[in-house]
Design a protein around this ligand. Structure first.
Ligand code: SAH
Ligand code: SF4
Ligand code: F3S
Length: 482
């Protein structure tokens, strides 16, 4: 989910837009057309934003390409969450510089959280950059492009209280045609002391739920079978109908999207432990197509550290939420985000995080060591006093334990049969399909004639590692939905 690595999450081929708005591939760049190349880093919100950017650019005659050497515009959608994420971006800018030297006139733009955090400073630090655009300013892209084409620098980093890009139909970049993200809100009003997001993404705002349902319906009609509703804290989704004054909360929204079609799976991320309600849990339990999977980042298992982090819940509160989830949705998988070595964390407090991993029985976790971010409350108030060596050792312990728990949880699935949505060929073989079960576990199985991505199948698990389940389509009752 979080991508600090320099993998290129772009497109495989040059693509064009057909009449229905679907994307199909074209092998070579057509003369006379303008091409943009985009790389995305960070969270799913950034990948989703790149698709909004793609849509805005396609309106002004740009088409996406995976080949940066033939592009007229190179964009990098950046993340500031940890120092390493920003280092990665700077390394990529060195590579773009080489392309620019070979192809003068190519424009380079920095989008997203690093653009917002550093603003005009980025233009001073990185001479090759022509455009700096924050997450709420993408509508301004065509105007800023014109400025940059005239040889000036284009910058807009204004944060908005209203912008949700509700009316923009995202250009599905690098899509498998089966699963898609839908942004349901932007920004974050929680001030977790370690976190840069409130500064880079601004105030929290929820998108018109009817535009969300319309996007989900459109995706379903185009053959998509799974949507993931995205926000930094989806449980605080709140929208008031200006005409009727009717309130729509996250549980209502989930239900509205689940009703689009029984064959459209609904996922969501991220849930905040302080805000996830029993109403949400009961809604998940009521609808077969709302997946039994909750990403519920704990960050630390210790109440004193949670208080310093300003997470606004303590260990007992989190434990109670986990118990409610397993009570109301017995087959639910829970995953987490964990930070090791936060300011002043003792060995004993670190042990509380380890015991929480065991208690919550996470199916998987995203695990990081603490990286101080300039401007955050923690940077201003607390000393970053845990040595890198200790942070890394604690992280290794957390990873080791999580791998053991994931392995055990996957081993326990051997012999069970799951309904799997086929997403495409497995990484290793075109003789195998991969797909996920409701609990978000990846399952690999041999192909069978007549099946295609977007179909549901029942797979009986026969093997399990800590990351993947393997199995066979269950016989004789092969069931494809539809
Ligand atoms: N909104 C989500 C998290 C978004 S950021 C939530 O509240 O859970 C993704 C993850 O990055 C966080 O959950 C946290 O584990 C990690 N993270 C954020 N700031 C960090 C920092 N300064 N150092 C290390 N990890 C950090
Ligand atoms: Fe950051 Fe906390 Fe907001 Fe998540 S909830 S984005 S960790 S401030
Ligand atoms: Fe990174 Fe911004 Fe997401 S800092 S994690 S890209 S909101």
């Amino acid at each position: 989910m979080y991508n600090d690595n320099p993998t290129i999450k772009g497109l495989n081929k040059t693509i064009e837009i057909d009449r229905q708005g679907e994307v199909f591939f074209q092998e070579t760049a057509a003369p006379g057309n303008k091409y943009f190349y985009i790389e995305s880093y960070g969270c799913q919100m950034n990948f989703s934003d790149s698709e909004i950017v793609g849509s805005i650019l396609s309106e002004v005659g740009y088409q996406p390409t995976r080949n940066m050497e033939e592009s007229d515009l190179i964009l990098i959608n950046t993340c500031s969450i940890r120092e390493k994420a920003e280092d990665t971006v700077r390394k990529r800018l060195r590579i773009f510089d080489k392309v620019k030297q070979q192809r003068p006139g190519t424009l380079v733009g920095v989008l997203g959280c690093m653009a917002e955090r550093l603003k005009a400073k980025l233009l001073d630090q990185e001479k090759l950059v022509d455009l700096v655009i924050g997450p709420d300013a993408y509508r301004d892209l065509p105007k800023l492009l014109a400025t940059a084409e005239d040889g000036d620098k284009g910058i807009n980093v204004f944060l908005s209280r209203e912008e949700t890009y509700a009316d923009i139909s995202p250009l599905r970049l690098g899509s498998n045609g089966v699963t898609a993200f839908i942004s349901i809100m932007r920004g974050c009003d929680n001030m977790c002391s370690f976190c840069v997001v409130p500064f880079t993404r601004g105030r929290e705002r929820s998108r018109d739920p009817f535009s969300i349902v319309a996007e989900a319906t459109d995706l379903f009609n185009k053959g998509y079978r799974e949507v993931t509703l995205l926000g930094q804290n989806v449980d605080s989704f709140k929208w008031i109908n200006p005409e009727t004054e009717e309130k729509v909360n996250f549980a209502h929204l989930l239900e509205m999207v689940a009703k689009v079609a029984p064959d459209l799976r609904v996922r969501f991320s991220t849930s905040h432990p302080k805000d996830i309600t029993d109403e949400v849990l009961h809604t998940i339990a009521r609808y077969e197509n709302i997946c039994n999977y909750i990403h519920l980042p704990v960050q630390s298992g210790n109440s004193r550290i949670l208080e310093l982090m300003n997470r606004t819940y303590d260990r007992d509160w989190y434990i109670e939420r986990v118990k409610s989830i397993y009570n109301i949705i017995p087959n639910c998988a829970i995953s987490s985000d964990i930070i090791t070595g936060f300011c002043s964390e003792t060995e004993k407090e670190h042990q509380d995080t380890l015991s929480m991993i065991e208690f919550a029985n996470y199916s998987m976790s995203y695990m990081f060591f603490y990286s101080e971010r300039p401007g955050t409350v923690a940077a201003k108030k607390y000393e970053d006093d845990i040595s890198l060596e200790v942070k890394k050792r604690r992280l290794a312990e957390v990873i080791r334990l999580q791998n053991q728990i994931s392995y055990k949880s996957n081993q326990a699935d051997i012999g069970k049969t799951f309904k799997v949505l086929i997403e495409g060929d497995s990484k290793k073989s075109d003789q195998e399909y991969k797909g996920r079960n409701s609990q978000n576990k990846m399952i690999v199985f041999p192909k069978q004639e007549g099946l295609k991505p977007g179909d549901y199948v029942y797979v009986k698990i026969s093997e399990a590692s800590s990351a993947t389940l393997r199995g066979l389509i269950s016989e004789p009752a092969l069931q494809t939905i539809q």
